[in-house]
Design a protein around this ligand. Structure first.
Ligand code: OGA
Ligand code: MN
Length: 279
């Protein structure tokens, strides 16, 4: 039976003794999904898989759904995207790599954001390219009581783009634009499985706090983001080829470090798992 080994870190657990080539039993699937809610990040080591195998493993965590940008979907398995983050000298590197360099949670520009994201490494550079994770329960817990009172019950507007983000997002087709109007989410969210409160921040997409003048909203968002940038809330994953890494978008942020050698392929399968409306 698979074992859940918590990392010595603010979040994360490693799954040991799981044979990924076997179809998952319901008991193992629920062990994995519970480990995700408890530890917010799970790492399942193994060898590179086909898109179909990646899709099948993702079923342990819920229902996969195709991501917004059509051109990145793997042709035969639309729920699995091929995410190429190879850094190119000629500047053709896909833009999301630069976006992913700052802290973010995936998909918050949707009314019902993905509960989790699964990445599976198909090719990794010889060094660098770690992905860092931030525990948003511990960020919330660390806020001064006065700040917690200030944000209690507040809602915030998330959009596909905001001037607050460091880099501009990838372009969308007309259909994709129509599918991504601005949305509102609570600033503090309660995890639907564990009941823990977490700060629901996304510096890449979060434009403003509803009901506050722009200046005050910017200052408060900066203050909240500053707490989340503290290393005491973070853990970095150093990729091994074939790793499956799943994170809980409801209570974490993540970022990639773009410090790997140019021209060395960095390619991942990516699956988004259907979530629930933030509350
Ligand atoms: C993502 C993402 C980071 C990475 O897939 O959402 O942010 O390390 N990826 O590739
Ligand atoms: Mn991301």
């Amino acid at each position: 039976m698979a074992q859940v080994i918590p990392l010595n870190a603010p979040l994360g657990a490693r799954i040991e003794g799981l044979d990924r080539s076997q179809t998952l039993t319901p008991a193992v699937a629920s062990l994995l999904d519970q480990a995700l809610a408890d530890h917010l990040l799970v790492v399942i080591p193994g060898s590179p898989m086909t898109p179909e195998q990646t899709r099948e493993l993702s079923l342990a965590f819920g229902e996969p759904r195709p991501q917004l940008l059509r051109r990145k979907r793997a042709n035969d398995v639309p729920e699995v995207s091929l995410m190429v983050s190879t850094l190119m000298d000629d500047g053709t590197t896909y833009k999301t790599v630069y976006r992913a360099e700052d802290w973010h949670t995936d998909d918050s520009y949707f009314e019902v954001p993905a509960k989790a994201t699964l990445l599976h490494s198909i090719a990794i550079p010889s060094r660098g390219g770690s992905t860092w994770f931030c525990n948003m329960h511990s960020v919330y817990d660390a806020l001064p009581e006065a700040t917690k009172r200030r944000i209690d019950g507040k809602r915030a507007v998330h959009g596909y783009d905001t001037p607050r983000a460091r880099n501009r997002p990838a372009p969308r087709t007309a259909q994709e634009i129509a599918e991504t109007p601005d949305v509102e989410h609570p600033l503090v969210r309660t995890h639907p499985i564990t009941g823990r409160k977490g700060l629901y921040l996304n510096p890449n997409r979060l434009d403003r706090i509803v009901g506050l003048p722009r200046e005050e909203s910017d200052a408060l968002l900066d203050e909240l983001t500053e707490e989340a940038r503290k290393p005491k809330h973070h853990h970095g994953h150093v990729w091994a080829l074939g790793d499956v890494v799943v994170w809980d978008n409801r209570a974490t942020m993540h970022r990639v470090v773009n410090d790997y050698p140019h021209g060395e392929p960095r390619i991942m399968h990516r699956v988004l798992l259907k979530g629930e409306r933030p509350a």
